[in-house]
Design a protein around this ligand. Sequence first.
Ligand code: GRF
Length: 208
Amino acid sequence: MLKIGVLVSGGGTNLQAIIDAIENGNITNARIQAVISNNRNAYALERAKKHGISGSCISPKEYATREEFHQALLGKLQEEEIDLIVLAGYLVAIPPVIVDAFPNRIINIHPSLIPSFCGTGYYGLKVHEGVLERGVKVTGATVHFVDAGTDTGPIILQKAVEVLPEDTPETLQRRVMEQAEWILLPRAVQLIANDKIKVENNKVHICG
Ligand code: GRF
């Protein structure tokens, strides 16, 4: 049984998609061991509570240095014996000390088709603002493993979503979530939980 640690900062709709998939059997052989937020007021923590999942806040504000914060987070992940870390709207960069401790054991959902509209500065609505500004006709979402770079790890799953002429960053964000993110993230967890993913030369192969 894969023990998942979900890291969140905000609303937690992607967390909800994983909770729902576990409850309805679309994800098997996995359970959410812990939900950890950097932000005490994240609604994601409420979602965890409603489903009887342990939620906690580890905030950088409560530590004298960034290193101490990173050590506290790493300590919690190790104490909970987490097998897979899922970044579900986590707005803190994952430090090398955690990436090294969880090689190909951290996944992230990014709301664009990587390598477009990703990297430093592309988070939240900024991604969708960039998409509309450039005038691309298709965007989407990507689930990828996390390595030392920003949005540079091996790509697990991607799904395209149409951009409409009347879109605002908000309407586009919503459509990308509904049509791509909430489908891809549980699917990626299911593949990992059932040992269907291999990484070779920085590329993901899906077996079976
Ligand atoms: C999503 O758009 C996700 O792709 C991005 O942050 C947002 C999180 O939303 N990384 P939520 O907290 O899961 O509702």
